[in-house]
Write a protein that binds this ligand. Structure first.
Ligand SMILES: Cc1cc2nc3c(=O)[nH]c(=O)nc-3n(C[C@H](O)[C@H](O)[C@H](O)COP(=O)(O)O)c2cc1C
Length: 369
């Protein structure tokens, strides 16, 4: 199977700019991170899951989750809940706030969501799924998409039935995480069910789960026939992954990670956006998480990482980051590995004093230094 020309995928009237989407992740895919990923070519980046009980939307937490209007790209808001009417009200409210697409979460296994029979727990009750989808689709005149897992547990992998039901209900695209609700994040994602779903429906299907390299994305696209891939955890600390994966899928071009100088600028810009978006206290706290992920991808950075995740002010976080990169850039040079195309750090050689032709004169001049 060949990789489909996913750049042409349409969700309602919206044409995606590429085949790689950012997965919604509560506590991670906030507006500053979405902005980063979109800048690197993610073609869609939904908000973190938002509870469908709109009476909660005035809280600080939900106000920041629903702050999506400044982000470039298609404004897609994810809602979670189990009450069809409440979900419909939430969808309409999000549309009135400027959402261009509503995404329904039936993929999250978090206990807090499942105890209330929402997220992936809904997959157990196909009648309720039908009611929710119908209520939400009818309540808005913008496209509605759905995110699911492959089923409730390995013995009840009803992903194909849910997908067919979704298409019949007017859902415009599906993202499928290749695990069941019972699997949580254990084991490896399977793509067989995603392949079956893709061949069962005519709406765009995005494959999700454990996609962490351009090569893996390519394999999953070929195997499932999906219209694109959705990447979550692997994007933490390396938002440039979207560009690497998209270029590989579309042009078979391998894009190396950004140079050290470019990484410095990306991280500093991300820190600045988080500090501004959340304010000093929360901004510093949220930035610590992201700094930890950035640190995972850095070499020779143990001391910097130790210090920066303990820094307690925005200025300290910025200064430590800038100093680390500037010093590393001075001490090391970046050398391109001809085999992989990846950049490697190489300690700059200390320049030896220039040897003069006459060794006896050289010895004299050195001893005089
Ligand atoms: C910390 C965390 C938070 C998540 N929050 C959401 C969420 O709010 N909505 C949702 O649909 N899925 C959520 N997910 C699931 C991801 O969207 C994605 O399906 C899952 O991580 C598998 O993809 P990956 O292997 O690329 O990370 C979350 C996952 C993680 C790790």
């Amino acid at each position: 199977m060949t990789t489909p020309a996913a750049e042409n995928t349409l969700i309602g009237p919206y044409r995606l700019s590429g085949p790689v989407l950012l997965a919604p992740m509560s506590g991670i895919s906030d507006a500053p991170f979405r902005q980063q990923c979109l800048a690197f070519g993610a073609s869609l980046a939904a908000t973190e899951m938002t509870a469908s009980d709109t009476s909660l939307w005035n809280s600080k937490k939900f106000r920041s989750r629903l702050d999506f209007n400044d982000t470039n790209g298609i404004r897609i808001v994810q809602i979670a809940g189990s009450e069809p009417r409440q979900m419909a009200v939430a969808a309409r409210a999000a549309a009135e706030m400027g959402a261009e697409i509503i995404d329904i979460n039936m993929g999250c296994p978090a206990k807090k969501v499942c105890r209330k029979l929402a997220g992936s727990a809904l997959l157990k009750d196909e009648e309720l799924v039908k009611k929710i989808l119908a209520a939400v689709v009818e309540s808005v005149d913008i496209p509605v998409t759905l995110k699911i897992r492959t089923g409730w547990d390995p013995l009840r992998r009803n992903g194909v039935r849910i997908a067919e039901l979704a298409e019949a209900s007017g859902i415009k695209a599906l993202a499928v995480h290749g695990r069941t609700r019972a699997c949580a994040y254990k084991g490896e994602a399977e793509y067989e069910t995603i392949r079956a779903i893709k061949s069962a429906v005519n709406i765009p299907v995005f494959a999700n789960g454990d996609i962490d390299t351009p090569k893996k994305a390519d394999q999953v696209m070929r195997w499932t026939g999906a219209d694109g891939v959705m990447i979550g955890r692997a994007a933490r600390g390396q938002p440039w992954l979207f560009e690497q994966v998209a270029k590989f899928l579309l042009q078979k071009v391998y894009v190396p990670r950004p140079s050290l100088g470019a990484q410095r600028d990306i991280i500093l810009a991300h820190l600045d956006t988080m500090h501004r978006f959340y304010g000093e206290h929360t901004g510093v706290r949220v930035a610590k998480k992201h700094l930890k992920w950035y640190c995972r991808n850095l070499v020779n950075a143990d001391e910097f990482c130790f210090q920066v995740i303990r820094a307690n002010s925005s200025i300290e976080q910025m200064l430590l980051t800038k100093t680390f990169f500037d010093r590393t850039l001075k001490e090391f040079e970046t050398i391109k590995d001809p085999a992989s195309g990846e950049s490697r750090l190489w300690r700059r050689q200390k320049k030896l004093p220039h040897l003069k032709k006459d060794p006896s004169k050289e010895a004299r001049s050195l001893s005089q230094m």
